[in-house]
Design a protein around this ligand. Structure first.
Ligand code: FE2
Ligand code: FE2
Length: 170
């Protein structure tokens, strides 16, 4: 088979530079989302006070490593696609719902913030899965696995919220 015949589906081929740029753009946004989540989860795994906050703090502490792993996967894929992982000066924060609450016993604030962050990730990653369909199956496959992780995170925190809702506290 000639080079030209095999290149149409190849995201790394030079004639697919435009599509590759788009994938890198989506991956870069995903990378920053993970980095910000790591920052937010570190803070929220430490700040909350109270007996009932313990479970949430421990869960977030575990998630930090998972989200960091996601950031590293996104970075590695950016590199593979001939992109450059951005430097910290390009970062701009967006997770307003994950800022520390006024009272550190306000664990419902933290739970809702986590659900919102996970939901944001789920929406963006679903979009990547959609846009890479038939364009970049390797990125698509990687993002499907990460999307599954985020769905698990959201479901866990929805369960935490349900407990407070049942008691009329959320
Ligand atoms: Fe993540
Ligand atoms: Fe997550």
């Amino acid at each position: 088979m000639s080079d030209t015949a095999t290149s149409s589906m190849d995201i790394m081929a030079s004639e697919n530079a435009g599509q590759r740029e788009r994938v890198i753009e989506l991956l870069t946004k995903a990378y920053w989302m993970e980095i910000e989540t790591v920052m937010s989860y570190i803070a929220n795994s430490v700040n909350p006070d109270g007996v009932r906050a313990q479970e949430v703090k421990e869960s977030l502490e575990q998630d930090i490593q998972e989200e960091l792993g996601h950031a590293q996967q996104f970075a590695a894929r950016i590199k593979e696609l001939y992109g450059v992982v951005p430097g910290s000066l390009d970062f701009s924060a967006e997770q307003s719902s994950l800022q520390p609450p006024d009272e550190q016993v306000d664990i419902v604030h933290v739970i809702k913030g986590v659900i919102e962050a996970e939901q944001g990730a789920i929406e963006h990653y679903s979009r990547i899965v959609e846009e890479t369909d038939g364009v970049d199956p390797v990125t698509q496959d990687m993002v499907i696995t990460i999307l599954h992780d985020e769905q698990g995170h959201r479901r866990l925190f929805e369960g935490f919220l349900r407990e407070y809702e049942a008691e009329g506290l959320a």
